[in-house]
Ligand binder design. Structure first.
Ligand code: ADP
Ligand code: ADP
Length: 221
């Protein structure tokens, strides 16, 4: 049975940073819905152009489009043992759809770490976030600076600030998170899958707590 980890947390909580590290350690692929939308935008696909209309305002891309995109991604061979999901599901309808697609694919959600960070810290994190153009590697001007300013440590590509990390959009993204995504905390808690992680600690310490919260079947891969 394939094992899927769902990372929950507000924008800026550290999901992408931690998903990348956990993916390396477990060998499971890191699947970020935001990264897939941004890749599509870069290639100017129809999906990318449609998603951009919502992303630029900090709104969610409609469920039907997002669900179809993730379904296609999860059916690829690299997800045969499972995956680390970062940014999906983000609504109750997406969470239900995830269960259905995993039932079809022969997988299940085995743990849902919820990375908790105070709201004022989120704004600080997002306003200093830097992302690499080639592969979406994540840095922060103060908290996780690249070795050479403006250049990705891993692939040498240029770092940029996301349009939606500007303060006006950030506030809306946090509002949207509280309204549409936060209900998933109770949804997964009721199923006994939620593990609360203190995200207001150094990156390495958050990783350690996350690692301890993962079921053995995922660590052993
Ligand atoms: P999310 O995917 O949840 O939006 P990211 O992983 O992109 O969050 O992190 C948001 C920003 O905060 C990035 O600039 C990242 O480098 C930084 N960051 C991540 N984790 C921490 C942490 N534990 N302490 C300080 N800054 C962090
Ligand atoms: P963050 O890392 O700050 O949480 P993401 O990169 O995950 O941001 O998402 C950026 C934007 O992409 C979101 O504001 C939203 O417009 C869109 N998006 C990403 N994932 C989803 C999803 N599961 N459902 C709907 N929209 C999404």
């Amino acid at each position: 049975m394939a094992s899927f980890i769902v990372l929950l947390g507000a924008p800026g909580a550290g999901k992408g940073t931690q998903a990348e590290i956990l993916a390396k350690r477990t060998g499971l692929p890191h699947i970020s819905s935001g990264d897939i939308f941004r890749e599509n935008l870069k290639k100017q696909t129809e999906l990318g152009k449609l998603a951009q209309k919502y992303m630029s305002k900090g709104e969610l891309v409609p469920d039907d489009v997002t669900i179809a995109m993730i379904k296609e991604r999860l059916s690829r061979p690299d997800c045969a043992k499972g995956a680390i999901l970062d940014g999906f599901p983000r609504t109750p309808a997406q969470a239900k759809a995830l269960d259905e697609m995993l039932a079809e694919l022969g997988g299940k959600v085995v743990a849902v770490p919820f990375i908790k960070v105070p709201e004022e810290e989120l704004v600080d994190r997002l306003s200093g976030r830097l992302v690499c153009k080639a592969n979406g590697h994540i840095f922060h001007k103060k908290y996780n600076p690249p070795k050479v300013p403006g250049i990705c440590d891993y692939d040498g590509s240029e770092l940029y600030q996301r349009e939606d990390d500007k303060p006006e959009v950030v506030r809306n993204r946090i509002r949207v998170y509280l309204e549409q995504t936060a209900p998933l905390i109770d949804f997964y808690r009721a199923r006994g899958l939620l593990v609360e992680i203190d995200g207001n600690q150094p990156i390495e310490k958050v990783t350690e707590d996350l690692w301890n919260a993962l079921p053995d079947e995922v660590k052993a891969q």
